[in-house]
Design a protein around this ligand. Structure first.
Ligand code: FAD
Length: 159
């Protein structure tokens, strides 16, 4: 099986899009990620998967804290900025939740402290214990088959 076939298959799993943010020595670093899921309700745990080459990995290992920001439909530009796909842009301003930097107007801001790290292949799974959450009532940005999508595209789903 080649890499392209694996990527194409994984891309068939429609996801939201998050920006992971952390702060080291007073500097905030953000990174776009869709490898995110809920792990446990009690205690409240989530997981993100970071490529070994991602700068974010070393930064979270130092800070031991991070936020997960689930982007809204109108935040595609932020996704591109934090994926390194858009170099010319205005300064991104962060808010704070439980002291962690978070993206204003994200559908969900989830503040976490690191509770585990597991190296698997060329990625590291970071388990986060959720310390605070803030929610907004807006539609999420969707990523499917390598493209950004909107929940409002196409026909409404039927039961
Ligand atoms: P960099 O590449 O240095 O940073 C990313 C970009 O964010 C840079 O352009 C940087 O200038 C900008 N940036 C960082 N902090 C700030 C700031 N404070 N203000 C303004 N700009 C800033 N990779 C994974 O490992 N796991 C995933 O789950 C994952 N999912 C992805 C999902 C999607 C939809 C996309 C498009 C990409 C995904 N990636 C994922 C790839 C990942 O986003 C990129 O490889 C990213 O560039 C890695 O970031 P980095 O930490 O190495 O830092």
């Amino acid at each position: 099986m080649d890499d392209r076939q694996f990527r194409n298959a994984m891309g068939k799993f429609a996801t939201g899009v998050t920006v992971i943010a952390t702060e080291v020595d007073g500097g905030v670093h953000g990174m776009t990620a869709n490898a995110f899921m809920s792990v446990s309700l009690n205690p409240k745990l989530v997981v993100i998967s970071l490529a070994e080459k991602a700068q974010m990995l070393e930064k979270i290992k130092k800070s031991k804290t991070f936020s997960v920001n689930i982007l809204s439909d109108d935040q595609r530009e932020l996704s591109m900025i934090f994926a390194g796909q858009l170099k010319e842009h205005e300064e991104v301003v962060f808010e704070r939740l439980d002291g962690k930097p978070v993206i204003p107007s994200a559908v969900a801001q989830i503040a976490c402290k690191v509770s585990g790290e597991y190296v698997e292949g060329d990625h590291t799974l970071i388990i986060g214990k959720v310390t605070d959450i803030h929610l907004e009532e807006s539609d999420p940005l969707i990523f499917y088959s390598g493209r950004y999508r909107s929940l409002s595209e196409g026909q409404p789903a039927t039961l």
